[in-house]
Write a protein that binds this ligand. Structure first.
Ligand SMILES: [Zn+2]
Length: 177
């Protein structure tokens, strides 16, 4: 790893649907799909700007337009730009951060936030302690991305503990009753 990483920046797509492939098309301009709500065809970058994308129930435009949620995609993590490459997501901190985009705007699924939590823990195993920040916390611009109150999210992450498996104890309890 040729760069030092000490920050994990959270973003949202603002769109109500999408996945890594769609955001890759938006960022590179490869593909003829117009991505709502921006009504743009592509930025012409060399690669997707984010390192990770966490899906909601509408990974594709068709699934959203047809109102056919794909529940197995809720909280699905898709890998974007490799971690050893600087991202293109928060110009002030691209050099020393990982960028993760949640698909959606203002309302996110619990599974998306839980996947963000476990991703953050995985990244800390790999890179050491990382400051978790929202895009709006590291930019001089008026951006509100990821449209989540980060004080709330950081507090929730600090207090959250992954539940321990209980199946074995349940079986035991049943066999001794
Ligand atoms: Zn952002």
């Amino acid at each position: 790893m040729s760069r030092t990483i000490n920050m994990h920046v959270v973003h949202c797509s603002v769109s109500l649907y999408g996945n890594k492939d769609l955001i890759w098309k938006l960022h590179t301009g490869w593909g003829d799909e117009i991505f709502q709500p921006w009504d743009v065809k592509g930025f012409g970058w060399s690669d997707i700007g984010y390192h990770n994308v966490i899906c909601n129930e509408f990974p594709t435009r068709e699934s959203f337009d047809n109102k056919t949620p794909m529940l197995t995609h809720v909280g699905l993590l898709e890998r974007g730009r490799p971690y050893d490459q600087k991202g293109a997501h928060a110009i002030e901190v691209n050099a020393n951060s990982i960028g993760t985009c949640l698909i959606g705007d203002r309302q996110f699924h619990c599974n998306q936030l839980l996947r963000l939590y476990t991703l953050h823990k995985e990244l800390e195993v790999q890179f050491g302690p990382l400051k978790l920040v929202g895009h709006y916390e590291v930019t001089e611009s008026s951006k509100t991305c990821p449209n989540i109150n980060m004080n709330w999210l950081q507090g929730w992450f600090e207090g959250y503990q992954i539940p321990q498996p209980v199946g074995r104890e349940l079986r035991h309890a049943r066999s001794t009753s």
